[in-house]
Design a protein around this ligand. Structure first.
Ligand code: SIN
Ligand code: CO
Length: 379
């Protein structure tokens, strides 16, 4: 495996992943000075502004003026962003990891948790004094300081009442209990529902590693959609011993019993749960599209390149597995044991070192390359 430019040991401030998970994860905040020593950021203000003007990026502009908050969603016109005032706003772009391979590497460096728990890397820019106000998030977050400095105030308060009529979630009564000034490369971990407020000290860029925690309702709804396609129940409504009803308009007990018995025939196995989970968790977000190569290499040339330079997953690709069952961008594939061993390496490292590829693996990888799901590593 290639060594990460962001070793976990640094990211967790010297704590072992086991200790971080046992003592901090989903429990209490952790401030890590120099989690990324010498961090310069992965993109500049101008590049972030460019992303905020793209229609395949999710961006938000938060403005505050005399205690009133406004929120606009991108894509933005370059002129809008160029004419922003000197103070009182923050621009946020979600999913920066989809656009920059370096951002994808940073996101996937948080490998103390399964990749399926990672959501995305958001990057914000704010001029002096800017921020999104005191709030809490429903998810874990690692806030990494890029450009400039930011003052983070946090509070374990249980009063999470929000300002009514505000277009974004602002805490009505935020009472800071701890505060730090973060320098480039410093990082603050916050568990879900932890109140916080970040105030830019001069021009400031913050990188937020966000996690994904679907609600039970979301999982159940999606599973029912999945099941609908898989379901094949035999039989049909029948009533050979029908009794003439007193009220023909009434839905009788016998009818309900029969419908209930039909519904009770819906069954699923653990393998269905695994297949559903893999497809669901590897499904790209709705606005994500892949760019298949305009002039694709032929199979033999692709294989030669892959064997010489290795391969890397596209930054938008989600590749997960359960045993030898692989899930790639919402699709599922069962692999033979030898192929599975190499695909697991690709899934974990998100790249495959230059190595000889067996025929069946080369075919699979070539099909994925044609879809834009992966690329020869030197590109
Ligand atoms: C920001 O980057 O300004 C917002 C990060 C957060 O508070 O979740
Ligand atoms: Co937040």
């Amino acid at each position: 495996m290639t060594t990460s430019p962001y070793p976990l040991k640094n990211l967790l401030g010297g704590l072992s992943p086991e200790r971080f998970l046992a003592e901090y994860w989903q429990k209490k905040p952790l401030l890590v000075r120099q989690a990324i020593p010498g961090f310069q950021g992965l993109l500049g203000q101008a590049e972030l502004f460019d992303l905020a003007c793209r229609d395949d990026a999710e961006s938000r502009l938060v403005r505050t003026n005399r205690g009133r908050w406004t929120l606009d969603h991108g894509p933005f016109e370059p002129a809008t962003l160029d004419s922003l005032p000197r103070r009182g706003w923050s621009l946020l772009v979600q999913g920066v990891n989809h656009f920059l391979p370096a951002a994808d590497r940073l996101l996937h460096s948080f490998s103390f948790a399964p990749y399926a728990r990672l959501d995305d890397l958001m990057v914000s820019f704010a001029p002096d004094g800017g921020g999104v106000g005191p709030h809490f998030d429903s998810y874990d977050v690692f806030l990494i300081q890029g450009l400039g400095r930011r003052r983070w105030e946090i509070s374990a308060q249980t009063d999470l009442e929000l300002v009514e009529d505000a277009p974004l979630r602002i805490l009505k009564r935020f009472q800071a209990k701890q505060a730090w000034e973060l320098e480039p490369g410093d990082m603050l971990y916050l568990p879900p529902k932890y109140a916080h407020n970040g105030i830019a000290l001069g021009d400031c860029m913050t990188y937020s590693v966000g996690f994904r925690a679907p609600s039970s309702q979301e999982i159940a709804t999606q599973f029912l959609v999945y099941l609908q396609d898989k379901l094949a129940l035999a039989g049909r409504y029948a009533d050979p011993r029908l009794k003439r009803p007193r009220h023909p308009a009434e839905i009788g007990e016998a009818m309900l019993q029969q419908i209930e018995a039909m519904i009770a025939k819906i069954r699923w196995k653990r393998t269905d749960i695994a297949d559903f989970a893999g497809r669901y968790l590897s499904e790209p977000k709705a606005h994500i599209f892949f760019d298949p190569p305009a002039r694709p290499l032929g199979l033999a040339a692709f294989r030669q390149q892959a064997e010489k330079h290795g391969l890397r997953l596209d930054s938008r690709t989600l590749l997960l597995f359960k045993g030898s069952h692989f899930f790639l961008n919402g699709e599922s594939l069962r692999a033979t044991p030898d192929t599975a061993a190499m695909l697991r390496k690709l899934a974990d490292a998100r790249r495959l070192e230059a190595t000889a590829l067996p025929d069946d693996l080369a075919d699979i990888l070539y099909a994925w390359y044609r879809l834009g799901y992966l690329h020869p590593a030197h590109r």
